[in-house]
Design a protein around this ligand. Structure first.
Ligand SMILES: *[C@@H]1O[C@H](CO)[C@@H](O)[C@H](O)[C@H]1NC(C)=O
Ligand SMILES: *[C@@H]1O[C@H](CO)[C@@H](O)[C@H](O)[C@H]1NC(C)=O
Ligand SMILES: *[C@@H]1O[C@H](CO)[C@@H](O)[C@H](O)[C@H]1NC(C)=O
Length: 519
């Protein structure tokens, strides 16, 4: 056989193989089912063009604010930050030394030690957590302190508002008395209240309240055990429906990345305040995905203890606890193993992402590697073919920190998230500068993490939104197109954030329907 004919034969075989691949992709069958995925991305045949189904199984209030509308007393959600200025001494309440001490009222301005973070017990009863994580409470002498690490009866408070001026409040302790400022260094729970809302009353405070988090914890704990199951099931069954999968499959996309929370693994009886039903919803997603030939990337978006301080990790109060103990890591691995085992036989299962956006330094490199290794092993117990997606830690300078580690674990993928938001250096950029940033800087970054024998790269989140005022439709189109071009080179593929969103540029459905983005 001549060299030419061998080459020709090879080309024919290649074309044949390639078209079979295409057909089986269109069929919705997992073409890699028969063999182990390789890290060598040149052997890969499918490039993921996905959309995230954000705000569905893990709540994000900004995606669908109406989900929070009917929460009773909804100013007081978990994680709300409160500051109290005594009207009589005109100073702020403060946890002395940040906590582990008495509570005083001697600060002229408010920052960390003067901020009390709310935990909601019922719609009227709250715990207040201080800077060093202790809870404010009343001691046996009736003095207000911040010494307990575990809240109980003596840490319960109610906040009564002036009906004519809701920022003026009294704080009632568990003994039924209001706290009052006796001196700047002595706060006691022994005021009977009453007597109006005047400035001379040492039991009255000006309250500054800022709600920081609108996540799954806030919405389920906010509605409480009776209402939350109804509200969440209604949301799950209406926010994303079968027709959306049809839309996705007919608009140039071939996959969905589905954020889930760790409590899904204990459905039908997840720990409070979470409610059951997200697992059955994910089952539906897999049915529809199969029907319309869509791949699924399961993404553990909210890990136990929260891997970042934001609502999308279902954080209760901004405290990041994930990865601090082996037990916590094992619990997270168990969630991954549960999900993989459940869907391993479904041809739509394409990848499992071990954790979304772990934040340094709380998520240490050591804990992340330990977890990724164990998570990879748990997935491989049930599936030889599902890709194992490892998200880069979000705020690290060395974007390649996981490359050689992941290269040693078969079928690993590295996920990087590229937003032109949350990047202070480019906030003042013009339209052209933004587009240039994509073509120059992002493409360089992408090249730097892409190695010939290393893991394929997934741009698992991006959006055609920026800090440009009054950008035209044309501007958005150019911005979207530039990103599609650059992220189209990602060896695993990309996923837009997100499918549905009241903020229209963040909704790929809206962007497609209104011809801002064409795939
Ligand atoms: C209220 O709190 C927010 C954040 O906690 C802070 O930015 C703001 O300055 C505070 N306002 C007042 C009047 O203290
Ligand atoms: C990452 O962000 C956290 C929280 O904002 C910050 O404390 C930390 O210094 C950052 N780490 C790096 C490596 O930039
Ligand atoms: C983008 O890349 C260019 C060329 O390497 C560099 O000069 C510039 O500082 C980068 N811009 C940002 C915002 O990082």
């Amino acid at each position: 056989m001549t060299k030419v004919s061998r080459n020709l034969q090879f080309s024919i075989l290649f074309v044949l193989f390639y078209s079979c691949t295409l057909i089986s992709v269109l069929d919705g069958r997992n073409i890699t089912n028969s063999k182990l995925p390789k890290n060598d991305h040149t052997s890969r045949t499918l490039r993921i063009r996905a959309v995230n189904l954000g705000g569905w199984l893990v709540t994000e209030g900004w995606i669908k604010p109406s989900l929070f509308d009917a929460i009773p007393n909804k100013d007081f959600l978990d994680g709300a930050q409160l500051q109290f200025k005594s009207v009589s001494v005109k100073k702020y309440l403060s946890a002395e030394a940040g906590g582990g001490n008495i509570v005083v009222a001697n600060r002229n301005s408010a920052s960390g030690w003067e901020t009390f973070t709310l935990w909601r017990v019922t719609e009227k009863i709250f715990y207040l957590r201080v800077f060093n994580k202790q809870f404010m409470g009343i001691n046996s002498d009736g003095i207000i302190v911040a010494t307990e690490n575990t809240p109980g009866l003596y840490q319960e408070f109610q906040i009564e508002r002036d009906p004519d001026n809701p920022t003026r409040v009294r704080i009632m302790a568990h003994n039924g008395r209001y706290i009052q400022v006796k001196t700047e260094e002595l706060i006691t729970a022994d005021s009977m209240g009453g007597g109006g809302w005047g400035d001379d009353d040492p039991s009255i405070f000006e309250m500054n309240l800022s709600i920081k988090l609108h996540g799954e914890f806030q919405v389920t704990n906010g509605y409480g055990p009776v209402k939350a199951p109804q509200v969440m099931r209604e949301h799950w069954s209406t926010f994303i429906v079968e027709d959306d999968f049809k839309f996705i499959s007919t608009n140039g996309l071939n996959a969905v990345r589905i954020p889930v929370g760790w409590w899904i693994a204990s459905d039908p009886s997840p720990p409070e305040p979470y409610v059951s039903g997200s697992l059955a919803t994910l089952d539906n997603a897999f049915l529809w995905a199969r029907k319309y030939g869509i791949k699924v990337i399961i993404d553990l978006h909210a890990a136990p203890g929260s891997q970042n301080p934001w609502e999308h990790s279902s954080n209760r109060d901004g405290t990041q606890e994930w990865g601090k103990t082996d037990e916590n890591i094992q619990q997270t691995v168990a969630v991954i193993e549960f999900l993989t085992a459940r869907y391993a036989k479904n041809p739509s299962l394409y990848a499992v992402e071990l954790i979304n956006e772990p934040l340094a330094p709380g998520a240490s490199l050591e804990s992340i590697k330990k977890y990724y290794k164990a998570g990879h092993e748990a997935i491989r117990k049930h599936s030889q073919t599902a890709y194992v997606v490892m998200c880069n830690r979000l705020n690290i300078s060395d974007q390649t920190e996981l490359i050689s580690f992941a290269s040693g674990l078969k079928g690993s993928v590295i996920d990087v998230h590229y937003y032109n938001l949350y990047t202070p250096e480019i906030d003042g950029f013009t339209v052209d500068q933004h587009i240039d940033f994509i073509r120059t800087n992002r493409s360089t970054e992408l090249r730097q993490v892409t190695t010939s024998n290393g893991p394929p790269i997934f741009v698992g989140e991006w959006v055609a939104e920026w800090q440009v005022k009054d950008a035209s439709k044309k501007d958005y189109q150019r911005f979207g197109k530039a990103q599609l071009e650059v992220y189209g080179r990602a060896t695993f593929g990309w996923a837009y954030w997100t499918f549905k969103n009241v903020n229209k540029h963040w909704s790929l459905e809206w962007m497609i329907n209104n011809r801002y983005i064409k795939l």
